[in-house]
Design a protein around this ligand. Structure first.
Ligand SMILES: [Zn+2]
Length: 416
């Protein structure tokens, strides 16, 4: 009897074995399908789209599919569809000049034009893009089949010393503001200024900026700010702050990344970090002096040429491609990116993490070179055991909560 039943089990054992042998392949395909479906069902936002820098180029078409290896563009409407990206924060970035009245004014005008370029994109394609001002706009715009356009400021340098100008940008739609970029400015110390710190964190004007952002209902962004300025922003701000595109220092020790102590403090205060995919902040990439020199020489020639004609612009683009062929850029990998991501998730949990990969601003890794490959993040996080609810928060819920908190605070302080 025992013997018989053992033998009678054989066919089912063989069947199970056959199934298990085929399982890795079919389950892999399934994983990706399940991830893709889930990804499509979520509101997917990136908090640092530097794409407005492309929008101001005369021949750039957001509705056309670009090849990032040919023209370095990483975001456009066709690839937003491919990558399931519903939108995010479109950045008004300003390069920094001298900290003088003339410098501020020139930069203010450029920043206003950058804001208008974002408006123009939405106005020119009203069935495709819509400006978002409140947290509930994200779902409404997505449900209408359109892409979400929140606006943010990277580097408050163009505000000069007139804090009231933040209201002008708020009225234009800005809902996130970062005080500083690569160098110290009138508001704060930068994490990367070669001359070191000037203010021991925020300047008196920087503290005023925090208060004004709170008053208006704008999220404060500590990316690029010196650690000390980030800690002061967390302490001073009445609502939680964001690091819109930053990494983990314990994975790679770079001034653009933050320590576990700061991450813990950020999470305790309700804040969020959105993970940056900027290669040279993810790990030590091999030095390539020939490439660096060729690019520096090309940039100098471009600067000397002043305003470029379309023909000159094309010539520089061809030159840049030639440099890439001759001295290819070293890239970090998707796994390098996920190492930062998973560390931070493990440390502070899915209520405090999101995605801000620095598209069109230097982001992109081997395996996720533009937004079309975004579903890979969802697939990888599902594999790590994160749930649909976690992913909903990571992809937009957390930053929308911050905007909600900022606006609730602004409304309550207006009443007082
Ligand atoms: Zn940046």
């Amino acid at each position: 009897m025992m013997n018989n039943s053992r033998w009678s089990l054989l066919p089912s054992i063989l069947l199970a074995l056959a199934v298990s042998l085929t399982l890795p392949l079919s389950s892999h395909a399934n994983d990706s399908d399940v991830a893709r479906k889930l990804h499509e069902s979520l509101i997917v936002m990136d908090t640092h789209l530097d794409t407005p820098a492309q929008l101001v180029k005369p021949d750039f078409d957001i509705m056309a599919r670009h090849d990032p290896r040919l023209d370095y563009s990483q975001v456009d409407y066709p690839r937003m569809q491919e990558g399931g990206l519903d939108g995010g924060f479109w950045v008004i970035f300003s390069t920094q000049g001298l900290l003088t009245a003339e410098g501020y004014q020139a930069s203010r005008d450029t920043a206003l034009l950058r804001a208008l370029a974002i408006h123009k994109m939405a106005a020119a394609h009203p069935d495709t893009f819509e400006l978002a001002l409140a947290p509930e706009d994200a779902a409404r715009i997505t449900d209408a089949g359109k892409r979400i356009v929140y606006m943010s400021i990277e580097n408050s340098y163009p505000l000069g010393e007139d804090i009231s100008l933040l209201k002008t940008f708020f009225d234009l739609g800005v809902r996130m503001v970062g005080p500083v970029h690569f160098s110290n400015n009138q508001f704060a110390d930068s994490s990367t200024d070669p001359s070191g710190q000037q203010w021991q964190g925020l300047s008196p004007l920087g503290r005023e900026l925090v208060g004004e952002a709170n008053r208006l209902g704008i999220i404060l962004d500590g990316s690029h700010a010196h650690d000390q300025a980030v800690m002061q922003m967390i302490e001073l701000s009445k609502t939680p702050i964001i690091l819109s595109h930053t990494g983990a220092e314990v994975i790679f020790d770079h001034p653009r990344n933050v320590s576990d102590a700061i991450l813990t403090k950020l999470a305790e205060s309700g804040g969020v970090i959105h993970m940056n995919a900027y290669g040279s902040y993810l790990k030590k990439l091999p030095d390539n002096p020939e490439r660096s020199k060729a690019i520096a020489d090309m940039r100098a020639a471009k600067k000397a040429a002043g305003t470029l004609t379309p023909a000159q612009s094309k010539a520089f683009m061809n030159q840049r491609r030639a440099i890439d062929v001759q001295h290819p850029a070293a890239l970090a990998s998707f796994e390098d990116y996920m190492e930062h991501f998973l560390h931070v998730l493990k440390l502070i949990g899915p209520d405090h993490v999101g995605v801000g990969a620095d598209w069109d601003g230097g982001g992109g890794v081997d395996g996720m070179y533009d937004i079309s490959e975004f579903p890979k993040i969802t697939e990888r996080l599902l594999k790590e055991g994160y749930t649909k609810d976690d992913l909903a928060k990571i992809w937009s819920g957390n930053v929308l909560r911050l905007l909600q908190q900022a606006q609730v605070y602004a409304a309550s302080s207006a009443i007082e």
